[in-house]
Design a protein around this ligand. Structure first.
Ligand code: ADE
Length: 242
């Protein structure tokens, strides 16, 4: 692995996005000198987080909300984007509480197969949007330092669907090689890619996207969100230039 000793980048401003209250409130508590403002229909919280300038905001559920907020943050000049939250596990062997850090992200509900495109591919775009290698490395290191928490690098599959069906989960894993399913990450990835902003998605598993997903999601989201938040702070703590 390389990159941990990089020179401090100039003008670092982290954009940090979560979809739900549980995912963002914890980080807002750690934000120093916090200021609140409205932009593009979102509430942005700016301040200092783990020694870095940061803009935090909750996007709401789903790809449109996530993409819209990512665009607002890109126009506000964020230099890096971290998406934090929970997901349903797809990769065999992964369990509730484990962490997935994105290698890249796909939109599993895109279907232009009738025109000859592979499922998940938007005509004129790549099939997947790659995460930033340095942020990925920092997130895996931060996760490893939590101790006793399993973290894998893997593909994130996003769609406007809560997956609670083992057959659908298997299809997502087999078709896309996805490690987890959620509802926002790939929209953020697509916007960040267009805007040239490096990103990574940090997801902790609240469920296994199967018949128990609804109950597990309700039971384990708080725990999983807390884990993902610790990794986000760990990335910032390890990022050069504090
Ligand atoms: N977020 C958390 N669990 C999920 C699931 N099973 N499907 C989609 N998004 C999720």
């Amino acid at each position: 692995m390389t990159g941990l000793g990089k020179a401090p980048p100039k003008g670092t401003l982290f954009g940090i996005i979560g979809a739900m209250d549980e995912e963002l409130t914890l980080l807002r508590g750690a934000l120093q000198d916090a200021r609140e403002e409205r932009a593009g229909g979102f509430t942005l919280f700016s301040g200092t987080l783990a020694g870095h300038a940061a803009l935090l905001a909750q996007c709401g559920i789903g790809k449109v909300n996530a993409g819209a907020l990512a665009q607002v943050l890109a126009l506000r000049g964020v230099s890096h984007v971290l998406f934090t939250g929970v997901a349903g596990g797809l990769q065999p062997g992964l369990k509730v509480g484990d962490l997935v850090v994105s290698t890249d992200a796909v939109q599993h509900d895109v279907d232009v197969t009738a025109l000859g495109y592979p499922v998940g591919t938007i005509p004129g775009e790549g099939a997947a949007w790659p995460a930033d290698a340095h942020l990925l490395e920092l997130a895996l290191t931060a996760a490893a330092d939590l101790g006793g928490v399993r973290a894998v690098a893997g593909r994130v599959a996003s769609g406007d669907q809560f997956i609670a069906d083992p057959a659908k989960g298997r299809w997502l894993h087999e078709t896309f090689g996805a490690a987890c399913a959620e509802m926002e990450g790939a929209a953020v990835a697509q916007v960040c890619h267009k805007a040239g902003v490096p990103f990574v998605i940090i997801r902790s598993l609240s469920d296994s996207a199967d018949e128990g997903a609804e109950t597990d999601f309700r039971t384990f989201t708080a725990l999983a969100a807390e884990r993902a938040k610790r990794v986000v702070l760990g990335v910032l703590e390890r990022f050069p230039g504090r």
